[in-house]
Design a binder for this molecule. Structure first.
Ligand SMILES: Cc1cc2nc3c(=O)[nH]c(=O)nc-3n(C[C@H](O)[C@H](O)[C@H](O)COP(=O)(O)O)c2cc1C
Length: 356
């Protein structure tokens, strides 16, 4: 169909995506002591490529052995065995004509010190999330305010992890700047109360994100993708808007637009919701100040919602539908009637149950 935008190719830098649908990054906590995911978790990603996804994201990969990890069993890309383990998965995804993208993050104040070998929790400022850690039912510890040494060390973790992704053959990497994790903590005036060059005005709170992007970009080969994910919602303290208003959000997107990025991925709960008291969605507000390709995610569960989401974005990502329905891409293509899945249903992601 000539007018089937959803299943038409999209040019992203030097790549041609075969359609506009991708699998959103989803943490699975299957890695154990090796930080290498279980085989069925690898197979799950390959199955989504076989179902027709144009791009497949990994779970969020933890960027160091010190303080980055927030959940048990998370994966890393820092040792040769870890890189070697991912290589076959990446090849199998690419063999289906799909792109493989690695997402990476540092949890900052959302870290769980006991599961980090160096047992630290670090953040822009010593401010704890208001909620307890849902996995321990205990309050998060007060994080240490990051020193300049810590900042440089963490940036280096992003760089080393990106190098691991390149060595594993990934088509690109995404810097996770969303959901209230470390980069987002720097961006938000609530969690960043620093008085040095990394805190204060939005431009200064943006500085850490800028330094991460620039440092990672320096080690990315010219033919690979560099993507940044952003959101206005967080895993903890959801009642606090990360960006104070439309101007602040659009100011940050405008700064990202000047970076050596190939796309921005906007994460929402529901792509249709209007944002910051305006009548516009997060995608629309992003588009107004950004000419980079945009990805959008949040409650895109069938063909109608995917097509609607494409009005203000170039690529749509789905989380729960791709997690729980192994034929989602094909079902969308056929226009089959589909219902959204709930977060409770998605909790199976963290169990030992192999997903088809
Ligand atoms: C099990 C699970 C794990 C997730 N892990 C991550 C993650 O590692 N990184 C990330 O950026 N988002 C993560 N998310 C959020 C999804 O990428 C997506 O933004 C969210 O599920 C909303 O999209 P949906 O309505 O299509 O599910 C996760 C979501 C689920 C359900």
């Amino acid at each position: 169909m000539a007018d089937d935008l959803l299943f038409s190719p999209f040019h992203l830098k030097n790549f041609t995506l075969k359609n506009r649908l991708g699998v959103a990054p989803m943490t699975r906590m299957s890695g154990g002591a090796t930080s290498i995911p279980r085989q069925d978790v690898f197979d799950f990603l390959v199955h989504r490529a076989q179902d027709g996804a144009a791009l497949v994201y990994t779970e969020a990969i933890v960027t160091d052995y010190e303080s980055a990890q927030g959940y048990p069993g998370q994966a890393r890309m820092l040792t040769q065995p870890q890189i070697t383990a991912w290589r076959g998965v990446v090849k199998a995804i690419q063999a289906e004509g799909s792109l493989a993208i690695m997402q990476m993050f540092h949890c900052g104040r959302m870290a769980w010190p006991e599961i980090n070998p160096a047992q630290r929790s670090i953040a822009p400022s010593p401010i704890t999330p208001k909620q307890d850690n849902p996995l321990t039912q205990a309050p998060y510890p007060v994080p240490e305010e990051m020193s300049q040494f810590d900042i440089d060390h963490v940036i280096n973790g992003f760089v080393e992890t990106a190098k691991g992704a390149v060595a594993a053959g990934f088509d690109g990497v995404e810097i996770h700047g969303a959901h209230g994790y470390l980069i987002n903590q720097f961006l938000s005036a609530y969690s960043n109360q620093r008085s040095d060059d990394y805190g204060g005005t939005p431009d200064r709170r943006y500085r850490f994100a800028h330094e991460v992007i620039q440092a990672v970009n320096r080690v990315m080969p010219e033919d690979k993708l560099l993507i940044f994910r952003i959101s206005n919602w967080a895993i903890a303290d959801m009642e606090i808007s990360l960006f104070s208003d439309q101007a602040e959000y659009q100011g940050i997107i405008a700064l990202l637009n000047k970076e050596p990025l190939d796309a921005i991925s906007v994460s929402t709960y529901d792509f249709r919701e209007s944002a910051f008291g305006t009548d516009k969605t997060m995608a629309e507000l992003s588009r107004e100040v950004c000419d980079l390709p945009l990805m959008i995610c949040g409650r895109i569960h069938d063909r109608a919602s995917a097509e609607e989401a494409l009005k203000h974005a170039d690529i749509v990502l789905s989380g729960k539908s791709t997690l729980l329905n192994p034929n989602w891409m094909e079902d969308v293509k056929q226009g089959r009637k589909l219902e959204p899945f709930t977060s409770d249903q998605a909790a199976v992601a963290y169990t030992e149950k192999a997903l088809p």
